[in-house]
Design a protein around this ligand. Structure first.
Ligand code: SF4
Length: 61
C-alpha cells in the first residue's frame, strides 16, 4: 500500500490533512505537517487529503 510523504519545505501548515486523516498527519509546533502514521491510510482517505492539500505537497509513494 502506498504511504504518504510530506514535502515539509512546501507545507504551509493549514491543517487540512490532519483534519481529514488525524491518525496519519499531525502539524507540528514548527507549523509543518508530519506523517505520524504512515500505515494508517486504511482508516481514512490519504489520496483525497493529498489531492486537497492547497500546495500539493503530499505524495503517495
Ligand atoms: S494539507 Fe498540505 S499544506 Fe496543509 S498542513 Fe497538510 S501537508 Fe501542509
Amino acid at each position: 500500500m502506498p504511504k504518504p510523504v510530506v514535502n515539509e519545505d512546501a507545507c504551509e501548515g493549514c491543517g487540512t490533512c490532519e483534519e481529514m486523516c488525524p491518525e496519519v498527519f499531525k502539524v507540528g509546533d514548527d507549523g509543518k505537517a508530519q506523517v505520524i502514521g504512515p500505515d494508517k491510510c486504511n482508516t481514512c482517505n490519504c489520496q483525497e487529503a493529498a489531492d486537497t492539500c492547497p500546495v500539493q505537497c503530499i505524495t503517495m509513494e
